[in-house]
Write a new protein. Sequence first.
Length: 71
Amino acid sequence: MIDLSVRLEKSPSVEELNASFKKAANESFKFETDEIVSSDIVNSHYGSVFDSKLTNFVESKDGRLYKLFAW
C-alpha cells in the first residue's frame, strides 16, 4: 500500500483531487470508487489501484495536507 502525504500550493477539494486521479486512470492505473480491502487487489492486473474512498485532508497553518492511498 502507498500512503502519500502531500502539501499542495492550491487547495482543491477532495472531489476535485479525486477527479484528477480518475482522469489519469488507464490500463495500468485503476481509479476505484468502491471500498476495497487487500484481498480485492490480489491477482489484479493493475500496477496500482487508487483508493478514492480514503482520500482526505487535514487543515494546518500552512494550508491543507492531503492523504492519498493506492494499493
